[in-house]
Design a protein around this ligand. Sequence first.
Ligand code: ADP
Length: 298
Amino acid sequence: MSIKLDGKKLSLEIEQKLNNFISSNERIAKRAPGLAVIRIGEDPASGVYVNNKEKACARVGIKSFIFHLQDNVEQKEVEQLINKLNLDKDIDGMLLQLPIPKKFDEQRLISFINPYKDVDGLNEKNMGKLVKNEPAMRSCTPAGIINLLRSQNIAIEGKKIVVIGRSLLVGKPLSLMLLNLNGTVTITHSKTLNLNKICKEADILIAAAGIPNLVDSSFVKDGAVIIDVGIHRLKSSDKDKTRLCGDVLLEDVIPKVFAYTPVPGGVGPMTVTMLLVNTIFSWQKQFGLSSTINDLLP
Ligand code: ADP
């Protein structure tokens, strides 16, 4: 029987720990941790994600500040808001909910975020430190995946790991984190030839291509660990209904693998939890409450 890497369960465990950490330290800090979320425009999926983040903050005791801007706002105005939040003493973390409308220079906006408040870990300063394997804020989805693997004592060192996707949000930072943990990492992408052959060599296969059901059992070695980062809403046969699926055709793959992440309930909840961890880490650092991020994790 293969092991389900239950991100929902692990994220609840971590949240409990975060909640305790905040309540036992709030007296010293004299205020709750604060997270600012900037959303631009009306992308409906972003609305759902921002809502989820707001609810998760409330569960653990982080104060969230949501800035929902119309898409007719100017680049300069968003930059000014970011600068204001950089200086705001009640804000420990800040993120720009992606995607934003095309007319904005997304990377320029991210570069305005104070690296110490960059809880998505996407600012070039934090990315640069990741490349150098120095401590810094790490992006949430990759950090969530690493913690999910750790929770089941799945070794990374010496393992052959194939990552499908090279995005700035997932594929690239995740590959670097796994490399820093001594994995032997292959990064594949849309121009990779013989993708399934390469994937079949992996001890750990991570699918982050954004393509529904791309990975079937022909991609997977017996006994591999498979991590599915994709999340897609597909029409089901009953035409009024939709269902969620990932980049992996799970029912085909599960019988072959040692462990897998479900969709939903695998990587997704861990992403949100790591955002909370990063925010609290930034908060506690100002008050010298704890020394490493591991103190916040099980
Ligand atoms: P994410 O939300 O995971 O960051 P993106 O949609 O931003 O996803 O990026 C998708 C990534 O997946 C890109 O790096 C792209 O090269 C890769 N990709 C897209 N299609 C394929 C494919 N057929 N095979 C392998 N990689 C792919």
